[in-house]
Design a binder for this molecule. Structure first.
Ligand SMILES: [Zn+2]
Length: 55
């Protein structure tokens, strides 16, 4: 089963979701709306991951 990384874009505030393998704790993703690349890191909180824009 894949798990869902849900993260908030730091540029436009939209919620993004990405399916990742269960072992993943960090993933690179791109905002669906503004296409800003983010590093998304699994958070202790369920579902919602922490996102940081890549410069
Ligand atoms: Zn965005």
């Amino acid at each position: 089963m894949m798990k869902t990384a849900e993260w908030i874009c730091t540029k436009c505030g939209v919620t993004n979701r990405k399916l990742v393998v269960p072992a993943a704790s960090e993933v690179l993703d791109k905002c669906v709306t503004c296409h800003a690349k983010h590093r998304v890191v699994e958070s202790p909180r369920p579902v919602r991951w922490d996102a940081a824009a890549l410069k």
